[in-house]
Write a protein that binds this ligand. Structure first.
Ligand SMILES: [Zn+2]
Length: 414
């Protein structure tokens, strides 16, 4: 392995700051209610994707923006080796307002950060801030999220490819970059051109805390329960009426509360009823199932099926269950080809970046790629914290480390 060029940390901070703040100015909040109706779910994402396409073209990178708004850039290599992909998403979550972001660049001197809205990002709740005294922290003004999830990832990838274009002396294989819409709605990969992907490994830049490398995520399924009962005038209901709402409520209350998202962490999976609609005669219930372990994941799906059948049987209603698996734990694929994760740690140790593996209680778009393409897709930190909230912040130092890490991985050739 030759680290002739990328052996020491380079300084991308000014460029990263410009890019990141610029991208946060695009209104790209996605809209889960538009999934299946419009792609991307919001117009602003199109605007940013077009801008990224323009920037890639200006760097003479071959681009394709497909009909489903997945943007791909191909930077031709100057050395052999399997193609490496990097990916980030352009949309921001809708948990709090994500449009009209006014990024604030703070020369952090320690202590709490008071946002202009009056909200306070406290040092007590954010002990990681202590690592960034005398460096730049970026926040929103407290009226919106910041959008470091995942515009920090976009800025990191764009800075890295720009460096590679401007430094042809750095040897690297073909590099694909992907920018996708609607990750936060779960529809991010619906328009992805898997068949055109050549990469043998893909790194998503969609992680948080500095040093965190996510290699394992949940298995995720949604179980949809449809119940039909028997409706009749309530005055003569005795012995005849079968109330679908009662059946669904029984199902919900029988799910173990100790195995809910609010009662679990680490590797404990859960059942989470999230939506129930009923008019008494019929009804529908959605239950999210999550678990890192394949066997327990399948057990949970089976347990819900048995529970629904038993309760519907007791109440003499009819129940129909359908299960849709959203993604699988990428750990298996990542460990089948450990070279992707090894490349991160090898580059990190040369650059003096402390990295550690972390499991996610969620999924990444990389998990979908891992599943379809059978290639490793670890998720690399962006330096962002408190995602999907008004308290979101990102460290410019951590973003700079992530760019260096990408370059280290690329030059390593894996
Ligand atoms: Zn994200």
């Amino acid at each position: 392995m030759d680290y002739a060029i990328i052996s020491s940390m380079k300084d991308f901070r000014d460029e990263l700051l410009d890019k990141f703040v610029y991208y946060t100015g695009f209104d790209t909040m996605s809209d889960p209610s538009k999934v299946g109706l419009r792609r991307p779910t919001t117009k602003g994402q199109e605007v940013l994707l077009k801008e990224l396409e323009r920037e890639l073209k200006a760097l003479s990178i071959e681009t394709t923006l497909n009909d489903d708004w997945a943007l791909k850039g191909l930077l031709k290599g100057n050395s052999k080796g399997r193609t490496i992909a990097f990916m980030a998403h352009v949309d921001t979550a809708d948990d709090v307002m994500g449009n009209g972001v006014k990024a604030q660049v703070i020369d952090y001197k320690g202590g709490d950060i008071r946002l202009s809205s009056g909200l306070i990002i406290s040092e007590k709740d954010n002990p990681d801030l202590r690592d960034y005294v005398d460096s730049k922290i970026i926040t929103s003004d407290g009226n919106t999220l910041l959008g470091a999830d995942d515009k920090a990832g976009v800025a990191i990838i764009m800075s890295a490819v720009k460096y590679l274009v401007e430094h042809p002396e750095v040897k690297h294989p073909d590099i694909e970059v992907y920018f996708t819409p609607d990750e936060e709605t779960g529809a991010g990969m619906d328009g992805f051109d898997y068949e055109k992907m050549k990469a043998g490994v893909c790194y998503t830049l969609d992680g948080g805390r500095e040093g965190e490398i996510e290699t394992e995520c949940f298995n995720a399924a949604t179980v949809t329960v449809r119940v039909s009962g028997v409706s009749i005038h309530l005055g003569s209901a005795r012995g005849v009426m079968v109330n679908a709402l009662t059946i669904l409520s029984q199902i919900v209350s029988t799910l173990p509360q100790s195995e809910s998202p609010e009662a679990t962490d680490g590797r404990f999976g859960y059942y989470s009823p999230l939506e129930m609609k009923s008019n008494g005669a019929e009804g529908v219930l959605e239950i999210f199932i999550r678990d890192h372990d394949d066997e327990i994941f399948n057990y949970r799906i089976e347990a819900v099926r048995k529970l629904v059948e038993a309760i519907a049987f007791i109440y003499k209603g009819k129940a129909d269950i359908s299960t849709s698996v959203s993604y699988h734990n990428m750990a298996k694929i990542n460990s089948m080809d450990p070279s992707a994760v090894n490349a991160i740690f090898s580059a990190a140790s040369k650059l003096g970046i402390d990295c550690y593996e972390q499991i996610i209680r969620g999924g990444t778009d990389g998990a979908r790629i891992a599943e379809v393409m059978k290639i490793s897709c670890p998720n690399i930190f962006t330096g962002g914290h408190n995602f999907h909230s008004l308290y979101e912040w990102v460290s410019l130092e951590a973003m700079n480390k992530a760019v260096n890490l990408i370059l280290g991985i690329v030059e390593n050739g894996d």
